[in-house]
Structures are given as structure tokens and as C-alpha cells.
Design a protein around this ligand. Structure first.
Ligand code: ZN
Length: 196
């Protein structure tokens, strides 16, 4: 028996960290795969935000998405080390006392980085509506939700679309074999809900 090496823990431990800290560390490790996925999605979304102005520009402007993407990539690389780790095995490591802190810090930074794009101004529904009207056919919800996320940067839940349809705010184009909707009408319904 010795004392847990996690700072401020002080519990008795058989390994470098105590059982409670092993559980805590494992809980943090278990968050890693989802966070790595989230980082990837955020990177993908940033990539799809093609600059609309200054196209064919003068060659002096730098893409503002690049440093953000690099930051997300770095975080993802740091997280990969923790992927599929086993806290109990890590507890044999003489530096295990610092692991909870270390991993928690990376996850916090990743969470912060993912939230940043959403701090941007609210979407211009009118512009999105006009844009998607030109390019998108009616789609079933299953296709529509990811399509809107990628192309309009709008996160709309399938449940909301079904809800709007059942309340008559939205009318399916086809009903069989499954309901399809115009993306621009879904954008409009989303806007109206927001303004309520
Ligand atoms: Zn402990």
C-alpha cells in the first residue's frame, strides 16, 4: 500500500494511482473517440465553408480556416495517444499521477475549439434558402439532415423536420415510399421556429 500520486488525492493505492482515480481516468479516456470524431466533423464543416468573396483573388489573402484546422488537427493527434488506453494498465506508470490532469486539459481544449465555429454570427437563413433552392432536389430526412449540415452549416434534427411536417409548417414533396422535402423549405421552417 502506498499513497495515490494524483495531486490532492491522498487515497491509499496499490499502484501509482488509486482505484477511484483509475475509474476517473478511464471515464476521461472513454470520451476520447467521440471527441476525435467531433474534431473531424468540425474540420469537415470548416472545409465546406468555401469563401464566397474574393474568389480568384489577388493571391495575398490567407485562408482564415487554415490555422483553426491546424489547431484541431494537433488536438486530434494529442488525443490519438489516449485512444483505446486502459486506465488500470496506465496506473502502473510512474507518471500516472499526472494523467487525469493531462487528458482532462486536452479534452477541455478540444471542447473549446469545437465550440468556436458556433460562436460565429447566426446563419443568414434568407441567403441560405436562396442558395440551396438552386442546387438541391427534394430529399428524405435521412439524407437531408447531413446535407444541410454540410452545405448550409445548419444543424437541424430529423425529429424537428417530422414535427414541422405534422404541424403543417412543412409539406412533403413525395409521400411514398418516404416523405421528401425541399431543403429550402426546411431552412424556411427552421428560420420561422427560431423567430418565434
Ligand atoms: Zn487517487
Amino acid at each position: 500500500m502506498t499513497t495515490c500520486t494524483t495531486p490532492d488525492c491522498g487515497m491509499e493505492a496499490n499502484l501509482y494511482i488509486c482505484n477511484q482515480c483509475i475509474n476517473d481516468l478511464q471515464a476521461w479516456i472513454n470520451k476520447v473517440p467521440d471527441m476525435m470524431q467531433e474534431l473531424l466533423i468540425t474540420m469537415g464543416n470548416l472545409d465546406n465553408m468555401r469563401p464566397t468573396r474574393n474568389e480568384g483573388g489577388n493571391g495575398t489573402s490567407t485562408d482564415p480556416r487554415e490555422p483553426v484546422n491546424d489547431h484541431l488537427l494537433d488536438l486530434r493527434t494529442s488525443l490519438r495517444i489516449w485512444e483505446n488506453q486502459n486506465a488500470e494498465q496506465l496506473a502502473h506508470d510512474q507518471y500516472a499521477g499526472g494523467f487525469i490532469n493531462l487528458l482532462a486539459k486536452i479534452l477541455k481544449r478540444a471542447e473549446h475549439a469545437i465550440d468556436l465555429p458556433e460562436d460565429e454570427p447566426q446563419p443568414d437563413h434568407e441567403a441560405i434558402r436562396e442558395r440551396v433552392k438552386e442546387i438541391a432536389p427534394p430529399m428524405p430526412t435521412r439524407q437531408l439532415v447531413p446535407w444541410l449540415r454540410t452545405n448550409a452549416k445548419l444543424t437541424i434534427k430529423a425529429k424537428d423536420i417530422r414535427n414541422w411536417a405534422s404541424r403543417g409548417k412543412l409539406h412533403p414533396v413525395e409521400r411514398e415510399p418516404q416523405p421528401t422535402y425541399w431543403p429550402h423549405e426546411v431552412v424556411q421552417a427552421h428560420k420561422e421556429t427560431r423567430n418565434q
